[in-house]
Design a protein around this ligand. Structure first.
Ligand SMILES: Nc1ncnc2c1ncn2[C@@H]1O[C@H](COP(=O)(O)OP(=O)(O)OP(=O)(O)O)[C@@H](O)[C@H]1O
Length: 314
């Protein structure tokens, strides 16, 4: 049976004037990838810090590998956690290899391990150069190499693809898939939603410290009742005449816009038409789901910001 790696029960964190995080409930089993999404200041980094044990919860319980991460007995589980902070920075005058060797030794590994990691993230060619000569993307790769030390069983990655070009982003997600296959649990924060959805098992959406939604994308789609776009080929005239299909037909978009709950009924109905020669089905994207949940919570001016955050090229 799969172990639970992280459990949050009604967990929250308050500072003097702000509730950074409120009543969060989460169970993250081994081998699961959770996407954590929210605007600036939503509480994503605070949640990672609670799990790391860098700060203690003001309310509720946090358990990581079965222990409270701020407790004395948590020391042995820290080597099993990899963390990539947002805007990672390193000792500028050391070379990439020196930086990574330092971190590998801290975790009980050696220079050979550092070299292997540098190769994994595509930095072998630059390992003898000072970090101050690295581009933003190279620094981010070095940060990822640091997070991957010792094949951690839990990875907390804050904006891991910032500064990476499309090829490096793709390689990063391949690594995420591999780590997951080997049983690692991963929490991934990202402002860039397109491209993330096929690599996560569940998404949590936060706003102003509150958990607005958590679930698989299928669960969130069903809950949000966003429309699925269904584009049939060869039957357009017949669709308008069909008493069920015509209810969902958009003349403007030349497709059926169907609530999740009616999807199967509509598909069955379409298959009754012999002239049907193809059909494409597009469920709501992660960006659309995000906008739906945030839109329920936020005033319109903040929603407009979220549209620019999520992008539209999914
Ligand atoms: N040490 C602190 N003292 C006071 N307020 C804090 C502290 N740390 C975080 N906060 C506040 O808590 C809220 C959540 O911050 P957090 O850094 O977790 O957000 P975030 O979702 O990670 O944002 P971003 O996407 O910008 O990184 C913000 O309002 C922030 O100002």
């Amino acid at each position: 049976m799969k172990e639970n790696v992280v459990t949050l029960k009604g967990a929250g964190k308050s500072y003097d004037n702000v509730d950074a995080l409120k009543s969060i409930d989460l169970v993250l089993p081994e081998g699961e990838v959770l996407g954590l999404f929210g605007h600036n200041g939503a509480g994503k980094t605070t949640m990672m810090k609670l799990i790391l044990g860098v700060i203690s919860a003001s309310e509720g319980d946090v358990s990581v590998f079965g222990v409270t991460p701020t407790s004395q007995e948590a020391w042995h589980m820290r080597s099993q956690i990899g963390y990539l902070p947002e805007n990672v920075s390193f000792y500028e005058h050391l070379t990439g290899l020196e930086v990574l060797t330092y971190f590998t030794r801290l975790k009980g590994y050696n220079k050979q391990d550092a070299l292997a990691l540098l190769e994994q993230v595509g930095l072998s060619h630059a390992h003898n150069r000072q970090v101050k000569t690295y581009s933003k993307g190279m620094r981010q790769r070095l940060g990822l190499a640091q997070a991957f030390i010792g094949n951690p069983k839990l990875l907390l990655l804050d904006e891991p693809t910032v500064g990476l070009d499309p090829i490096a982003t793709n390689e990063f997600y391949q690594t995420v898939d591999q780590l997951k296959t080997h049983g690692a649990s991963i929490i991934l924060c990202s402002h860039v939603l397109p491209g993330v959805e096929q690599h996560i098992d569940r998404a949590m959406i936060l706003s102003q410290g509150k958990q607005l939604a958590i679930g698989s994308l299928a669960d969130l789609r069903a809950q949000a009742e966003l429309q699925v776009s269904i584009k049939p080929q060869g039957v357009n005239g017949a669709v308008v005449e069909d008493s069920i299909l015509s209810k969902y037909w958009s003349e403007e978009q030349k497709m059926l816009l169907v609530p999740e709950s009616a999807k199967v009924t509509v598909l069955r109905k379409l298959l009754e038409h012999e002239a049907l020669n193809d059909v494409s089905i597009s469920p709501a994207t992660l960006t659309q789901l995000y906008q739906h949940y945030i839109g329920q919570e936020q005033p319109n001016h903040i929603l407009r910001e979220s549209k620019s955050t999520g992008g539209s090229n999914e």
